[in-house]
Design a protein around this ligand. Structure first.
Ligand code: LAN
Length: 728
């Protein structure tokens, strides 16, 4: 690490694990001054620039190099690559994650170092909105969920209730009806802390795990993230787990409610949820079910309860072991930790293994120490960076960068089937690629697809022989085929297992589309692109099935296109992202020999181009607000955004390869010059708005996107010899 005086430094290993380690050069009392020296200012931009990591990695003597915007950009970005070959980066954004971890550490009396507590406080205080509250994510308007969670976490970390910031926060809570108005996940956390009564939570019905598996409501049918979050929640609910009711907890009880704690009508509070938070209100079916289950909860059948508890603990343990205690995501990492502490104690090996993984979810940036949405986005960022570098006229100058990235991608494939995966409702894994690291191991359709595409190109380029990889890549092909839904599309981690009406049971209030794993444009496009490539290189393997899968995948994609020519993107903001995937999928297919519906394809691409051109702004770029994802309609930002511009350009450049027109080329040229204008003198790009999303309503930061996608668009343009107006 170049900066020897930094109090924290990022350490990575060959799997891609990322841990910020203390170097001990600054005392905890000075640590806040140090981080404030980075000058984060939420009013200017709620998105930090990953300034701590980047400044450390580049070092003080970094000198930009390169003739063109493309070269300069790659020279800069290549310096950020870790020794393992992956690109580390800030994956923060949601504001309900760090409080969860603070709560787990408080309940289990497993404190972080003082300096870390200070840095966490900085983060939370930095993201307070002007009105005193906090959003669901860093750019969101204030919500009860965000505000109560930060308020309580800050109090537990020693912040007094009387500072101006805390007084303002307390007022926000009381003026909006008090903490009984917090949505259901908040009610859960507060109950475990002893700041709310379990009687004020709707039943999490632990016995649902004992239901016959063929029932559509069996949790095995749910989206895996929902399944894995409601599992430990139901465990805690079944035991009514509560941490120590300390004097501090008793004080906080007095601060967050509009009436004395003892007087609260808990049955009434169950279904309260602040207007500011409500994205998916409880449907009638859920209300009905809640009534029945709350009734049952008054005297649950003892034997069933015991059996359910045994099964839940066994399942939690299986998920812990299968993921090497990383867990599928940040929420079940926290709640599983609490369960394991409850079941086995603070000194048990399982609890200690959890505790060790907490650090991998933390990230330090100039806004403070945050909890990330995953244990990182290692594979995902690296796959895109690799593809972007390969598709540029400058790739030969960065061969060692590409080689190192390729070796990371190669190493990250899942090589062995997960133990007991069928017993615990998991789809096959072997042959797949995860989003972060191989020890995490949950494979995802589109991560698998990107991994497979890259390994296939590596075969084409002679980095590996066809035989050498045949077995592994055939496994990926098998996996992708097994992931295809009957609607022709691909979901995220598993097949769509349950009916659409299960969504009526979504109890979260703040997230949309969480109950089942739906087919997605992005996942489908990526999967079929990978199968097309696979079929070209290994035409002898399962050719009939592969071709059928491609054809039905294409029909799914065509069906997802909206009347205006766009595709909605579910995992990044928003229509520019979705439309890029739509176009990329169709164009990959157009190149094959089997195109059946040429006219339909051509029309779809023309409509997509027309849509994108209609959204181009006068500055030459494209800009979409995160409200596009929330409201499901295109909402522009006043100034264009480099990342949205890059997605639009990638789509238009692809279309231009097949259906070139003067209008397209004019639009592309304007977009490219906008992109080049967004580059900083050192080769980096400006940090703009938040660009990732999940479940429509919660945003998440993909900090490396600001480099990867602009460089990819510039690279694609460089190969098409569109004149680059950006000579520096
Ligand atoms: C992710 C991150 C990656 C993302 C892509 C691979 C980009 C996408 O194409 C498919 C869906 C996926 C895997 C995805 C799903 C939802 C996740 C796991 C996340 C956005 C990261 C965090 C989020 C998770 C659900 C956060 C915890 C919140 C809950 C509602 C459980």
């Amino acid at each position: 690490m170049e900066d020897k005086n930094a109090p924290y430094a990022l350490c990575t290993d060959s799997f891609g694990a990322q841990v910020w380690q203390a170097t001990g050069v600054v005392s905890p009392s000075k640590i806040a001054d140090w981080i404030q020296g980075f000058g984060f200012n939420k009013q200017a931009n709620a998105n930090s620039t990953d300034g701590v990591f980047r400044s450390q990695k580049l070092g003080k003597n970094f000198q930009p190099q390169g003739e063109t915007a493309l070269e300069k950009g790659w020279h800069y970005f290549s310096q950020l690559q870790a020794e393992s070959g992956h690109w580390p980066g800030d994956y923060g954004g949601p504001l309900f994650l760090l409080p969860g971890l603070v709560f787990a550490s408080h309940i289990t009396q497993s404190a972080f170092a003082d300096a870390e507590h200070e840095l966490m406080k900085c983060y939370m205080l930095n993201h307070q909105n002007e009105d005193g509250g906090w959003g669901l994510h860093i750019q969101g308007g204030s919500t009860m969920f965000g505000t109560v969670l930060q308020y309580v976490a800050l109090r537990l970390l020693g912040e007094s209730a009387n500072t101006p910031a805390m007084t303002k926060a307390g007022n926000w809570i009381l003026q909006n009806g008090g903490a009984t108005q917090i949505p259901s996940w908040g009610k859960f956390y507060l109950s475990v802390l002893g700041l709310y009564d379990w009687k004020g939570c709707n039943s999490l019905f632990p016995e649902m795990w004992l239901l016959p598996k063929w029932l559509p409501v069996h949790p095995a049918k749910y989206w895996c993230h929902t399944r894995m979050v409601y599992l430990p929640m139901a465990y805690c609910f079944s035991y009514k787990v509560v941490g120590e009711i300390s004097p501090l907890i008793q004080e906080i009880r007095k601060e967050i409610y509009t009436e004395p704690f003892e007087k609260i009508d808990w049955a009434e509070a169950r279904n309260q949820c602040a207007e500011t938070d409500l994205y998916y209100p409880q449907r009638s079916l859920l209300k009905l079910l809640n009534k029945a289950l709350n009734q049952y909860e008054k005297s649950p059948v003892k034997l069933w309860r015991k059996k359910a508890q045994e099964f839940m603990l066994e399942y939690i343990h299986a998920e812990d072991e299968q993921t090497n205690y990383i867990n599928i995501g940040p929420v079940n990492q926290v709640i599983n930790s609490i369960c394991v502490w409850h079941a086995y104690g603070v000194n048990s090996i399982p609890f200690r293994k959890h505790r060790e993984r907490w650090a991998e979810y933390l990230w330090l940036a100039e806004d403070g120490l945050k909890m990330q949405g995953y244990n990182g986005s290692q594979l995902w960022d690296t796959a895109f960076a690799y593809l972007a570098l390969k598709e540029s006229s400058t790739s030969s100058k960065f061969e060692s960068v590409a080689k190192s990235a390729l070796s990371f991608i190669d190493r990250t494939q899942v090589r062995e089937e997960v133990n007991d995966h069928k017993q615990f409702f998991r789809h096959d894994s072997v042959g797949g690629w995860p989003f972060s690291t191989s020890p995490h191991g949950w494979p995802i359709t589109d991560c698998t697809a990107e991994g497979l595409k890259i390994m296939l190109s590596a075969v084409e380029e002679g980095n590996y022989s066809k035989n050498e990889l045949a077995e592994r890549l055939k496994l990926s092909c098998n996996l992708l085929l097994s992931f295809q839904n009957t609607d022709g599309g691909w979901a995220s981690y598993e097949l769509t297992r349950g009916p659409k009406w299960l969504e009526w049971l979504n109890p979260s209030e703040v997230f949309g589309n969480i109950m089942i794993d739906y087919s997605y444009t992005e996942c489908s496009s990526a999967s079929l692109q990978a199968l097309i490539k696979f079929n070209r290189i290994y035409p002898e393997y399962r050719s009939v099935e592969v071709k059928q899968a491609i054809q039905s995948g294409i029909n799914y994609l065509l069906g997802q296109q909206k009347a205006d020519g766009s595709w909605y993107g579910s995992w990044a903001v928003c229509f520019t992202y979705g439309t890029w995937f739509g176009c990329e999928g169709l164009c990959a297919y157009v190149q094959t020999e089997d195109v059946q519906n040429k006219e339909a394809m051509k029309n779809a691409l023309i409509r997509a181009a027309r849509f994108l051109i209609s959204k181009q702004q006068s500055d030459g770029g494209w800009g979409e607000s995160f409200e596009s994802s929330v409201q499901k309609k295109y909402i522009s930002t006043t100034r264009s955004q480099a990342v949205n511009t890059a997605w639009a350009l990638l789509a238009l450049l692809k279309i231009n390869e097949h259906l070139p027109t003067a209008e397209l080329q004019r639009s592309i040229a304007a977009g490219i010059s906008f992109l080049a204008s967004q580059q900083l003198p050192n080769g980096d790009f400006v940090q703009e708005h938040i660009n990732g999303v999940f479940n429509h309503n919660c945003m998440i930061s993909y900090t490396n996107y600001r480099n990867i996608f602009p460089l990819w668009a510039l690279g694609r343009a460089s190969l098409q010899q569109t004149s680059l107006s950006s000579k520096s």
